[in-house]
Design a protein around this ligand. Structure first.
Ligand code: E4P
Length: 219
């Protein structure tokens, strides 16, 4: 399973990259705004900076909502760096744009997926990734993990190559459950990724090993 980090914060991207487990980055306009990145030129430069840190798979989201504008913006984003994956919202013009961009060999990530039918449409249009938002479904008492499972079943039924990019991850357990259900990728903030490291028995076990080593050295 691939690990993407869901942030526009360069320090956090570097930290995940240094850990040696990072396969990519996803951003969105809210995450960019959170880092204070505004204005087209600054946003484009920020994508370039992210591309310098990671090896591949940098999702850059369009802010256009009509077919012509999405494909124009998508082509501009893709031209920034071959690592860019154009993130397109699940709307009618977005689906059409995914079909066009994938036909041009530009990788796409269809975002804001909340139902299996939306994922099916995006896959048929040729999306490289679909991003089901499981945390936001959980937030409104819908079963986010069930959506991942349903999309996995549908894609496997027909051999779609579109990868399931489980998004809106809130906890380490979300990551583990996505792995169990066969999501191809998770995109998560840094904290849940680092949360995977933790187990109290690891901490007490290590403390014991080190104490025993110390004791034996003094004999
Ligand atoms: C997906 O690519 C989105 O950027 C992200 O996962 C949304 O997560 P949120 O629901 O925590 O905002």
């Amino acid at each position: 399973m691939k690990f993407f980090i869901d942030t526009a914060n360069l320090d956090q991207i570097r930290e995940a990259q240094d850990l040696g487990v990072l396969d990519g980055v996803t951003t969105n306009p809210s995450l960019m705004a959170k880092e204070g990145i505004t204005g087209t030129e600054n946003v484009l430069n920020h994508y370039k900076a992210i591309c310098e840190i990671v090896e591949d798979n940098v999702s850059a989201e369009v802010i256009s909502t009509t077919y012509e504008e999405i494909i124009k913006e998508g082509e501009e984003l893709a031209a920034l760096n071959p690592k860019i994956v154009v993130k397109v919202p699940m709307i009618k013009d977005g689906v059409k744009a995914i079909k066009y961009l994938s036909g041009k060999g530009i990788r796409t990530n269809c975002t804001l997926i909340f139902s299996p039918g939306q994922a099916l449409l995006a896959a048929k249009a040729g999306a490289s990734y679909v991003s089901p938002f499981l945390g936001r479904l959980d937030d409104i008492s819908h079963d986010g993990l069930q959506l991942i499972e349903d999309i996995r079943t549908i894609f496997d039924n027909f051999g779609y190559e579109t990868q399931i990019l489980a998004a809106s991850i809130r906890s380490p357990l979300h990551i583990v459950n996505c792995a169990k259900l066969g999501a191809d990728v998770i995109t998560s903030p840094l904290a849940p990724i680092l949360g995977l490291l933790k187990h109290p028995l690891t901490d007490t076990g290590l403390a014991q090993f080190l104490a025993d080593h110390e004791k034996a050295a003094k004999k």
